[in-house]
Design a protein. Structure first.
Ligand code: FAD
Length: 410
């Protein structure tokens, strides 16, 4: 379909899932509009995210593989400082080789920018606005915005992240779908006072871990803090002072550079704090509205490697719409069918990862140290085979993605 009769699809959120969806919709002959709440493309750097083999395949089909590889974070070595154990140094590729044999780590905002540049000529971008109401009608969707005039679309897709606005408007309040995985995560931009280039340092003790790294193209570092908390903590999502206090409480008495990193939080130009939440929605579509990426099936921020899932979900959703000739009732059902097993596996993986990444006891810290030493001397392929047997770590590497024909849909 082309020209004036192309189906008009509104996407909320221009990070990863949104622009990838827009790219493939456009390639299939649909007309996509993206509305993004941020006033411009986010350029705070975000955090490092992962693309595994199947999502890299999609990136390749978009002609963007070279650009994504050029944007790699560039970590070469990882030093593990595990409380009560001697430091362990590993080649980063060897450590990653245990879970994957094809993988790229890139800053989320760099990835988002690559997708934006690949789509901006063909897709309408509206920055600095947000949907305020959605009337999910039989023949079309009427949408109102905070700033822009009301408009109608054939379909609306929420690609607006874990705390999705579209999901809230159409599917109900987040607490109905959000499951606490037992921990919290924070990321802050801090000075690279150790001159880390190409090295990541990870420190872990009972109930907490932190990692410090500096992407090779930035003069600053990122510190990621994670801690266990079986119960939900009491804080407001906008109260960053309280969130920083919570971090200081949970990392009190931790050695190495931790006191300095905690002090840096007061000057951090970018700070993020959130519960490690897993979304469990039974359906991701309702009428003419659907969800993609973290908005639909976030398995848990920082533990689920969900960027790959956002890329794959966007590709599949666009492909199913094309295959169904724009019939959303058929396409949304097929999209859910195609993604369900992968999403379930990713949920299980994320729930296990929280426990592995943040050890629960000193015994688990030691067990982690032993496992890392084994990784240090096992050949990559053998380590990968054992890891897959023990842990199904291949979830993001092994998923089989359906292939969709290119070109305008029928
Ligand atoms: C601390 C942290 C660490 C992570 N580490 C990893 C990792 O190591 N590996 C990995 O693969 N993944 C990681 N992730 C997850 C990864 O960031 C997400 O899976 C990925 O970004 C999902 O992309 P998305 O496009 O679905 O949503 P998001 O990236 O969350 O983007 C949502 C977009 O919607 C916009 N938006 C929000 N509300 C509105 C609104 N009302 N109107 C319009 N737009 C709106 C936002 O501004 C944003 O641009 C991590 C996440 C966090 C928080």
């Amino acid at each position: 379909m082309s020209g004036g009769d192309a189906m008009r699809i509104l996407i909320s959120g221009a990070s990863v899932a949104g622009p990838v969806l827009a790219y493939w919709l456009n390639r299939h002959g649909f007309s996509a509009t993206l509305v993004e709440r941020a006033p411009t493309l986010r350029k705070t750097g975000g955090h490092a995210v992962d693309l595994f083999r199947p999502s890299l395949g999609i990136v390749e089909r978009m002609g963007l593989r070279r650009q994504v590889l050029d944007g790699e974070v560039g970590t070469e070595r990882v030093t593990f400082l595990l409380e009560g154990a001697k430091p362990i140094r590993l080649d980063h590729h060897r450590a990653l080789g245990v879970t994957t044999d094809a993988h790229v780590e890139i800053m989320r905002d760099d990835l988002s920018e690559i997708f934006y540049h690949a789509t901006r000529e063909d897709v309408e971008y509206v920055f600095g606005d947000s949907i305020t109401s959605i009337e999910n009608g039989r023949d079309e969707v009427r949408v109102t915005f905070e700033r822009g005039s009301p408009r109608t679309f054939d379909l609306v897709i929420g690609a607006d992240g874990l705390h999705s606005n579209v999901r809230g408007l159409v599917f109900g309040e987040e607490h109905r779908f959000a499951h606490h995985l037992g921990g919290y995560v924070a990321v802050a931009t801090v000075p690279d006072h150790l001159g880390l280039s190409a090295e990541m340092i990870t420190l872990a003790g009972p109930g907490r871990m932190l990692a410090l790294y500096s992407p090779r193209h930035l003069n600053e570092a990122r510190v990621i803090f994670m801690f266990r908390s079986p119960d939900r903590l009491d804080y407001h999502y906008r109260d960053t002072q309280r969130q920083k206090e919570l971090l200081r409480e949970h990392f009190a008495g931790v050695g190495w550079e931790t006191p300095r990193l905690l002090a840096e939080l007061d000057h951090a130009p970018a700070f993020y704090f959130d519960e490690i939440t897993q979304l469990r929605l039974e359906r991701w579509s309702q009428g003419r509205v659907s969800l993609v990426g973290d908005a639909a099936y976030c398995p848990g921020p920082a533990v689920g490697a969900s960027t790959s899932m956002a890329v794959i979900g966007a590709y599949v959703l666009a492909g199913e719409l094309a295959a169904a000739g724009g019939d959303h009732t058929v396409a949304f059902a097929s999209y859910e069918r195609e993604m369900t097993a992968y999403v379930q596996a990713a949920r299980d993986y994320a729930a296990r990862m929280v426990k592995q990444v943040i050890p629960g006891s000193q015994a688990q810290v030691w067990a982690g140290a032993q496992a890392l030493r084994v990784i240090g001397w096992l050949p990559g392929r053998l380590g990968r085979a054992l890891s897959k047997r023990a842990n199904s770590t291949g979830v993001h590497d092994d998923v089989e993605v359906k292939s969709y024909a290119d070109g305008p849909h029928g």
